[in-house]
Design a protein around this ligand. Structure first.
Ligand SMILES: *Cc1c(COP(=O)(O)O)cnc(C)c1O
Length: 393
């Protein structure tokens, strides 16, 4: 398990838990309990039942015939867009709320940027009858009104973060402050493979259901369990971590991660962390991040809110540094065009995050017999206005 987390919470030089003293008890409790709870037969059974009956798993692995013809290779789509709430995020929020219940927690907090993780958290809180407080930047609340209302309809309280730039990083600060003040009864659901250990490993394990299913589904469809390539977009890296997880040690499987280049990696409007980033500490773990020479985090930019993040999970920083993963990026324009292409060829409008993964089909030439699995992380409904605003379809 060369690419999994080690017993100290590191992936190579990345990871760890760089937390303020006052958070130590919360993180320690989680670290000491998460693996044991996740391995309990009762926990596994409840998680599996809800993944099946509530989320709608297994999601199909679908042979995309027209897309395959266009690119002269064999392309399979892992349909995470068909999950309840429209993306992979629910796999993680469901896992974490079941874990929180077993830790005796009564109250859930989360941070959200565009609102997708907030909605996935509000959803499972309603399902479990738990109090839910979602911190969201005041500016993001203005920009993402439908998601704010979705959360409220399901009974969550959305609290505006009014400090700093009034966006994701400020919402994260508020959530951490809340957690420090409520260490006994509150669980903090982080939405990607980021944050202090054990979050990156815990979230990767909850998302690993994606590659677990790909293995048996591909075996049924093609007779072999391992594809030649797995492609996923990377914001923090949770859908990619899930799609890669059971292939990490199969070194004949090429792991392709696609970051958002925004207006281009050579402009100051980008979110391509492995290209532009350097080692540093962000959200309590050591990873690669976009920062100035004196360590100030640089504002990232992407057309897709889910990839608009200045860092990358420590597991991916290690996959990049070790060469195990191949990292690419796609610009706003390339992603948008790929999104339209997939819509026309397959009748599936992908989320703009996911469209970045499809954009690499224009950059890499695969062999006719290659089996390429693309993780279709989410559906494009939430991005309809952005598609409409561009309009040249
Ligand atoms: C949130 C989101 C992402 C980016 O998050 P990761 O943690 O990198 O997976 C990608 N695709 C969709 C559809 C999302 O909602």
């Amino acid at each position: 398990m060369k690419y999994s987390v080690d017993e100290h919470g590191y992936y190579g030089q990345f990871g760890g838990a760089y937390i303020p003293e006052m958070l130590h008890p919360n993180v320690e409790e989680l670290k000491n309990a998460y693996l044991e709870i996740m391995n309990e037969p009762g926990f596994k059974a409840e998680f599996e039942d809800l993944l099946r009956d509530y989320v709608g798993r297994p999601t199909p692995l679908y042979f995309a015939k027209r897309l395959s013809e266009k690119y002269n290779t064999k392309i399979y789509l892992k349909r995470e867009d068909l999950n309840h709430t429209g993306a992979h995020k629910i796999n993680n929020t469901l896992g974490q709320i079941l874990l929180a219940k077993r830790l005796g927690k009564k109250r859930i907090i989360a941070e959200t940027g565009a609102g997708q993780h907030g909605v996935a958290t509000a959803t499972v809180c309603a399902l479990m009858g738990m109090d839910c407080i979602v911190y969201m930047g005041a500016i993001d609340m203005e920009r993402q009104k439908p998601n704010v209302e979705r959360m409220r309809i399901m009974g969550a309280e959305v609290r505006p973060a009014t400090s700093g730039s009034k966006t994701l990083k400020d919402a994260t600060n508020e959530a951490i402050r809340d957690w420090i003040n409520n260490p006994v009864d509150t669980h903090y659901i982080i939405g990607s493979v980021v944050g202090p250990h054990p979050y990156p490993d815990m979230v990767a394990r909850f998302q690993a259901i994606i590659s677990e299913e790909i293995k048996w589904q591909l075996k049924g469809l093609t007779g072999r369990e391992n594809p030649d390539h797995v492609i996923a977009c990377v914001g923090g890296g949770s859908n990619a971590a899930g799609a890669f997880y059971h292939f990490l040690d199969n070194e004949d499987v090429n792991l392709i991660a696609v970051e958002a280049a925004g207006l281009g990696v050579n402009t100051d409007k980008s979110a391509a962390t492995t290209y532009l980033g350097t080692p540093g500490v962000l959200h309590a773990s050591r990873s690669l991040l976009m920062q100035t020479e004196d360590g100030q985090v640089v504002e990232p930019y992407s057309i897709s809110a889910g990839l608009d993040y200045p860092g990358i999970g420590p597991m991916h920083a290690h996959l990049f540094e070790s060469g195990r993963g191949s990292f690419f990026s796609a610009t706003d324009d390339e992603a948008y065009e790929a999104g339209i292409r997939v819509s026309r060829l397959e009748g599936i409008i992908p989320a703009l995050e996911t469209a970045h993964a499809f954009a690499v089909l224009e950059q890499i030439e695969f062999k006719p017999d290659d089996i390429v699995v693309i993780n279709l992380s989410g559906r494009g409904d939430k991005d309809l206005q952005t598609y409409i605003d561009r309009g040249d379809y």
